[in-house]
Design a protein around this ligand. Structure first.
Ligand code: SF4
Ligand code: SF4
Length: 290
């Protein structure tokens, strides 16, 4: 192998990552399959943990809806991590970019901590970081020295959560992206694909925001924004039905009565969960739900 750890770090930084850690792969808990990391790649002992910082979307104009900044950053960092794995292989190392590793667990083996809101906190960048993992036999893990930063247990995240989901994760909006959102949570959908309110409220985050990537609600409901959203968020996340479904809920939550006829067409012509969401939105905009 003709690559030093420093060369890898330099390459990864050039791909847009803000920090790189080297975690031990031993006893790693698998989320998506039950294989141990070593079985993913021979005798791999190390997980290269790649951090990419982002900022949540700022103010969105009326009649528009923003894409969660996390999903755009996550899609970009996914491809950057594949480039890192390719670089390692070109230099004679075994390397596997994989999403089968519990990224948060790998991350806390290199730095930071988990907050009460369940998110990983990087010591310099807070919780607004995407985490990618590359399994390799090229390096030994670096010893992790526990830092002083920790969750303040202040409760600000729980107070900011619209669905009482901090410590009660089945209520989290992010777990209802694919199907019918429980009625009690429908009014809380405020951006496409994700929710970041419990992170935005945390005093350990900087409060800085990014320019929102937003779309006109008519275009979201008509499916005209789907192609661009797939480019930004990736085809696995930015699915047509999911986007329209969330747009419908946000149209109702923000009182977009001008969209009633479009919502009625969706209720008549679309499958679940769009249909149920559209019927709910029509009721809400017609004054039957307060
Ligand atoms: S808001 Fe407070 S309790 Fe929640 S993660 Fe941040 S520091 Fe911890
Ligand atoms: S992501 Fe949103 S819904 Fe989920 S715990 Fe955080 S604030 Fe609550």
């Amino acid at each position: 192998m003709d690559m030093t750890r420093q060369q890898l770090v330099k390459f990864a930084l050039a791909q847009g990552f803000c920090d790189i850690g080297f975690a031990g792969a031993h006893d790693m808990i698998q989320v998506k399959d039950l294989r141990q990391p070593r079985e993913l790649l021979g005798g791999a002992a190390c997980i290269v943990v790649l951090f990419a910082a982002y900022r949540p979307a700022g103010h969105v104009p009326p009649g528009h809806m923003a894409l969660s900044a996390y999903y755009a950053a996550s899609h970009t960092s996914y491809h950057a991590a594949r480039a890192v794995a390719g670089y390692m292989k070109r230099h004679g190392a075994q390397a596997l970019h994989t999403t089968a590793i519990n990224a948060k667990e790998a991350a806390v083996r290199t730095c930071g901590f988990l907050g009460d809101n369940g998110f990983f906190y990087h010591p310099s960048h807070g919780s607004f970081v995407c985490i990618q993992t590359v399994l390799t036999n090229a390096f030994e893990p670096l010893e992790y020295k526990q830092g002083e930063a920790h969750c303040l247990h202040c409760g600000a995240c729980a107070a900011a959560c619209p669905s009482n989901a901090v410590g009660n994760i089945q209520n989290c909006l992010r777990y209802h992206m694919n199907g019918t959102v429980p009625e009690v949570l429908r009014g809380d959908v405020y951006q496409l694909l994700g929710c970041e309110k419990c992170q935005a409220a945390c005093p350990l985050n900087s409060g800085m925001q990014s320019k929102p990537v937003c779309f006109v609600l008519e275009d979201i409901l008509a499916g005209a924004a789907t192609a661009r959203l797939r480019e930004l968020g990736g085809p696995n996340m930015a699915r047509r039905g999911r986007l329209i479904s969330q747009g419908v809920l946000y149209a109702a939550a923000t009182g977009q009565k001008r969209l009633l006829s479009q919502l009625k067409r969706l209720a008549e012509n679309e499958a679940e969960p769009i249909r149920t969401h559209a019927l709910w939105a029509i009721d809400k905009l017609s004054g039957e739900h307060k």
